[in-house]
Design a protein around this ligand. Structure first.
Ligand code: SAH
Length: 220
């Protein structure tokens, strides 16, 4: 009985989050709103923080990392313009929540996380939700996916000094990257479209992410 009530409460909070955090702030993509209405965010959050599953802020997931605020996940996903023909590269698997949303929209998601424990936990949660169109890699995402594959979309969910060169090279011409660019404290969320002779960039809004640590990122 207790458990059923808890589930109902979380479902109510999820509906409230979609309405009062996403729709009210301009998230309009109906497919994305449906996915976020259905996806149990609590599954991606450590037990001690589960009561904050639908809070309007980042929540700790361990090892000094956080699951991003629901609105920023929605905004980045909407800006990435993912469809069923897209192969998406994600840097910063973290909890796997963003990965799960991307996987529901894309052909396949390739996700890199530098902390092995996060990658393994995310993989377990996605498997338990029957989300199978995802490949996981543990390592430094700033060096790119460890094959010569090219991607239609790239999303970085940690603060980057710029789009790392190996990732710029792995993005197809006409492809799109969403990257929080800037130092540790505050960044600008930037949309970058790859053209024949460089990138068209557009600033979306200010944001705040943990650092992307790696060869073409920041030091620890
Ligand atoms: N989208 C995730 C956000 C996780 S926070 C979520 O909503 O849960 C950012 C993640 O990026 C952290 O888990 C951190 O360990 C990871 N990260 C930082 N630098 C990285 C790098 N160079 N390669 C891969 N992952 C990295």
């Amino acid at each position: 009985m207790q458990q059923i009530n808890e589930k109902d409460k979380l479902a109510d909070q999820r509906r409230d989050m979609v309405l009062n955090q996403l729709q009210i702030r301009g998230i309009k993509d109906t497919e994305l709103l449906k996915i976020m209405s259905d996806l149990p965010r609590e599954e991606f959050i450590p037990a001690e923080f589960q009561s904050q599953s639908y809070a309007d802020n980042p929540v700790p997931i361990g090892a000094g990392q956080t699951i991003s605020q629901p609105y920023i996940v929605a905004l980045m996903t909407q800006e990435l313009k993912v469809n069923k023909f897209c192969d998406v590269l994600e840097i910063g698997t973290g909890s796997g929540y963003q990965t799960a949303i991307l996987a529901s929209l894309a052909r396949h998601v390739y996700t890199i996380e530098r902390i092995e424990r996060h990658s393994l936990t995310a993989r377990q949660v996605l498997n338990s939700l029957n989300i199978t169109n995802v490949s996981y890699h543990v390592g430094d995402g700033t060096c790119g996916w460890p094959t010569d594959k090219k991607f239609d979309r790239i999303i970085i969910t940690a603060a980057a000094p710029d789009l790392p060169r190996p990732l710029a090279d792995q993005l197809k011409i006409g492809g799109l990257a969403i990257v929080p660019i800037g130092p540790e404290i505050v960044q600008e969320l930037v949309a970058m479209e790859k053209t024949n002779d460089g990138f068209n960039t557009r600033n979306i809004c200010g944001c705040r992410f943990v650092k992307m640590i790696g060869k073409f990122g920041y030091t620890e």
